[in-house]
Design a binder for this molecule. Structure first.
Ligand SMILES: [Zn+2]
Ligand SMILES: [Zn+2]
Length: 115
């Protein structure tokens, strides 16, 4: 399974681009098939999986584990290491399992209450 974003669709939060997972760049929501029609290739982009580093009690520092798999330690610092990408910013997370995690839902709930 790979992660993709369809720019023919609008995301759950109203921003352009809806994320989905699949074996091919074909949007399950609108049916755009980038592999089947080259003219639509620009509508769907492949995403790198970016995991969520949930906030720790220390402000600005994450807990250092994937929200989708707490047994997997994340590398130090922000960015990329050995192909594992992660972020403390919920909006930048692309890993669907991280997005479904309790830590992520809590973080996004906190976000909306702060605005
Ligand atoms: Zn779509
Ligand atoms: Zn994840």
């Amino acid at each position: 399974m790979k992660a993709y974003r369809c720019y023919n669709c609008v995301g759950d939060n109203g921003t352009p681009g809806k994320d989905f997972e699949g074996d091919a760049p074909k949007c399950p929501a609108c049916g755009v098939d980038a592999a089947g029609n080259p003219r639509l290739a620009g509508m769907i982009v492949a995403l790198e999986v970016i995991h969520f580093d949930a906030p720790s009690p220390v402000r600005g520092v994450g807990v250092g584990f994937r929200a989708c798999d707490p047994k997997k330690r994340l590398p130090d610092g922000d960015g990329m290491d050995k192909g594992t990408r992660f972020t403390g910013h919920p909006a930048a997370v692309t890993c669907p399992r991280c997005k479904a995690s309790e830590a992520y839902l809590k973080a996004t709930a906190d976000d909306t209450s702060a605005e």
